[in-house]
Structure formats: structure tokens, C-alpha cells
Design a protein around this ligand. Structure first.
Ligand SMILES: C[S@@+](CC[C@H](N)C(=O)[O-])C[C@H]1O[C@@H](n2cnc3c(N)ncnc32)[C@H](O)[C@@H]1O
Length: 184
């Protein structure tokens, strides 16, 4: 199953950090790709690609000026379209159905106001609680429910560096000097 995240309406002046976090969560929690729409912002794509080349895996990122052509492309390819919104159906009521369907998934997260047609085009409008919070948290929880926690143990092939987990302190493979770690 391929999982692609569509980030709507990126604003270069305001959303650099949160869009980067959406992309980092998408990669770390098992999605295959992010498509960013809204303002062009090459810093975001470069930043994500740099993380992938250092930390491994084959996560991909793309920019498209408008979301409509992206939605049409993935709908035509047979992807199930899941829109994350606080107005949707509680995730706990649909997670089992999502896991049972082996169709590829396009997961949409909004930024500023989400156009009404997105609610209509989506196969599912899903809420992670019906309280307002963030695209970062809702994406993490959706991916975790979709993969049933298995993404937590995922490995990222061809990593230049990886963390060796330990109870205290920081350990990397290959070992790095403290000054090198601080630059990252
Ligand atoms: C900060 S919210 C802005 C929402 C915006 N005011 C609107 O009209 O939709 C940005 C995005 O976070 C996600 N989000 C926020 N709260 C959510 C929730 N409770 N459940 C699912 N997604 C949520 C949605 O994808 C939303 O588009």
C-alpha cells in the first residue's frame, strides 16, 4: 500500500516550520511521499531531501502549485482520499475499515481555510478528536492507527547516520563528535 500526504496551502512566510514538521512526521511514521501545494518554497523540499539522504529510506517530496490536479491524479490512480479535519468522523470509528482496505491512500492535511470541495471529494473526512489542534498531531495519529503501530519499529535503509537508543545520552552510528552533532 502506498501512502502519500498532501499538504494544502503552504504559506512561505508563515508555515515553513509546520510544513517541515508535517513532512518529517510523514516520513518517520511510514508514508512514502509528501506533495506540498500553495506557495513555492524550495527550502522545504531541500530540507526534507537532506533528512532522507542522511537518515535513510526513500521518502519523496514534490511541489505542485495547486491541489486540484494532484487530487485528480491520485483519484484516477485509485487512491482512497482521506481528509483530516476536526469536523469529520472520529478516527476510532473508521480506523479498522481503513486498515482493512488495501487501497493506496492520499491523506490531506490543511493549512488555512480548507476549500469546501475537499470535503466533497474526500472518501473520508476524519477527525482526531473533534477539537482544534494541528496537522502535525492529526497526521501522526492517523498514520499510527493506519499502520497499527508497526511503523514505530520501521528501519530506514541506506542511512548515513542512525541513533543507537540508550537510556541516557546520545549515541550515533557512525560515532560523531559533539561539535558535529551540535551542527545538525
Ligand atoms: C490549524 S488547522 C486549520 C483549520 C482551518 N481553520 C479550517 O478551516 O479547516 C490545520 C489542519 O490541521 C488539521 N487538524 C486540526 N485539528 C484537527 C482534528 N481535530 N482532527 C483532524 N485534523 C485536524 C486539519 O488537517 C486542518 O486542516
Amino acid at each position: 500500500m502506498e501512502v502519500v500526504v498532501l499538504r494544502l496551502s503552504h504559506r512561505a512566510a508563515r508555515d515553513k516550520r509546520i510544513t517541515t514538521h508535517v513532512a518529517l512526521v510523514a516520513r518517520a511514521f511510514g508514508a512514502d511521499k509528501i506533495v506540498i501545494t500553495g506557495d513555492p518554497d524550495s527550502r522545504i523540499i531541500e530540507g526534507i531531501n537532506e533528512v532522507t539522504s542522511r537518515w535513510g529510506g526513500d521518502f519523496r517530496s514534490e511541489y505542485h502549485a495547486t491541489y486540484r490536479s494532484v487530487l485528480k491524479e491520485y483519484k484516477d490512480k485509485g487512491f482512497e482520499v482521506i481528509h483530516l479535519t476536526m469536523y469529520g468522523i472520529p478516527i476510532q470509528d473508521v480506523a479498522g475499515k481503513l486498515r482493512a482496505s488495501k487501497r493506496d491512500k492520499l491523506i490531506i492535511v490543511g493549512g488555512e481555510k480548507v476549500p469546501g470541495e475537499v470535503f466533497e471529494i474526500a472518501d473520508y473526512n476524519i477527525a482526531v478528536t473533534n477539537q482544534p489542534h494541528s496537522e502535525v498531531s492529526s497526521l501522526a495519529i492517523l498514520l499510527d492507527r493506519l499502520f497499527n503501530g508497526e511503523e514505530l519499529g520501521r528501519t530506514f535503509p541506506n542511512a548515513e547516520i542512525k541513533v543507537i537508543p540508550q537510556e541516557r545520552g546520545k549515541k550515533f552510528m557512525p560515532p560523531m563528535s559533539f561539535s558535529y552533532q551540535k551542527k545538525r
